[in-house]
Design a protein. Sequence first.
Length: 163
Amino acid sequence: MNHTASVHASAVLVGERAVLIRGPSGSGKSRLAFDLILAGRSGQLPPAVLVGDDRVYLDTAGKELRVRPVAELAGLIEIRGLGIRRVESTHEAIVGLVVDLAAEDAERVPPPEALQTEINGVLLPRIPVGTGFSPLLLVVAALTTTESSCSRNLANDCLGRIG
């Protein structure tokens, strides 16, 4: 592992893969991270533990993107209204999903190219979340449902029937 500069993001290991949460300051990265942990505790998602909050390191290993906490922040998460709290955490995980909060390209039915991103040469599924929309709903849906052929092939026709 090379020691690259840390990036402004949070990450939570959900089951076997991490959700990497990016976004501007104040966009809700810590809130989504804690919401994912709570969803894991309640059984809405597989067990979820914090990898890192606020700043993390990203490294590539083959075709995998790995995420690690910044040592000084390991096991710590900010909970608005309570401050910095200690939670169960892990020291490393493989990223399986990227969530971009306050994404300017968020749409009701995003084009396929908006649903993926490349980080350090690794192509990953991505969820662009618009300001004012609950990211937890989208992440739970992404992790617990599969894409329908309708959304792939007939988006406009399907929307007429669904929305």
